[in-house]
Ligand binder design. Sequence first.
Ligand code: FE
Length: 385
Amino acid sequence: MISPWALIPNLTLPRELFCKPGALAALEGLGGKRVALVTGGSSLKASGALDRARQLLERGGGKVVMESVVAKEPSEPDVRPLAEQARQLEPDWIVGIGGGSVLDAAKAMWVWYEQPEVTLAAIAKPHSLPPLRKKARLALVPTTSGSGSECSPALTLNGAQGAKQVIVSRELTPDVAILDAQLAATMPPAVTAFTGIDAFTHAQEAYVSPLATSIVKTLAVSALRALLEFLPRAYAHGDDLEARERIHVAASLAGLAQASASTGLTHALAHALGARTGKPHGLLNAAFLVPVARFNAADGARGRYDALAKDLGLASADALIEEEGRLLEKLDLAGALSAVLPAASRNGDEALAAAALQDPCARTNPRRVNDAKALAGWLQTLGAS
Ligand code: FE
């Protein structure tokens, strides 16, 4: 019998990828007759990009039949009414333009527009989502350089008590991804730093994941090289379009690596603490990136970090971890840990540790973690340092 594992693709890609300055213009050739636009609102409107997107779609013969602004970190109750509206207005294309939350909301809206009966529990198992594209296709346009959702077969929604619900299916890989770095050039420095470190963490955790394949490592190394060099430049000089372009592409590559090999303990902790504090996902990753790398490299997974270091032209895992510390300093994120670790965790916090261990990302951490008490003890050492 064929193992179900053999049937899961290592990589799925959008059918079309537009990746050049001014790539937003590709919306004109999409061919949609009735378009549903999903956006995050204000900054896109202020920059004029939303008007331009609308014009491009209309010039291409389409009509924008619905326009939805979604909240940050949406949950099912935020998205269901949009899907219901879509069922009445019958768009043939869904176009999501915004940060990671917006792109994921567009994916979720698409799922319930096409498959209203489906529950999150029923599609929790990877690749169990019934076919989409009976009614509409999906184009995604990221305006941050972070989540990689524009190329990935995954969507994340906020669930009960802020816990993350992740759905993975090849059906969810968008038809079209438009990478126009000019749209990301208006990100304020803090958002550039948070989303960029999120992308960095995707690439690093995917590389050291037990699920990493050679293609994952190739994607991850390419993303990490670009982020090490160009993220500080984009942070310091938001109008540096070369840097913007390089980190925009790097975020997509990191997203592909993450979609294939998942992430690890940094993300598990970021999700658990994010549910409790509502702090930005990228800031939480910045807090745990170096401590988790040290923790993993100290026992069992050192070889994986040494290999990554070598691929990046660095001497060893230690040199890599130092380089990451320097990157965080350049982004003014060296103090992220003390900014996010609540006082409770400094005294050991078993509930937080248990929530992190429940997160699916903990299962693909290269160093086995399964003891909440031990993890809480480790968190305590971080608070003390
Ligand atoms: Fe992330």
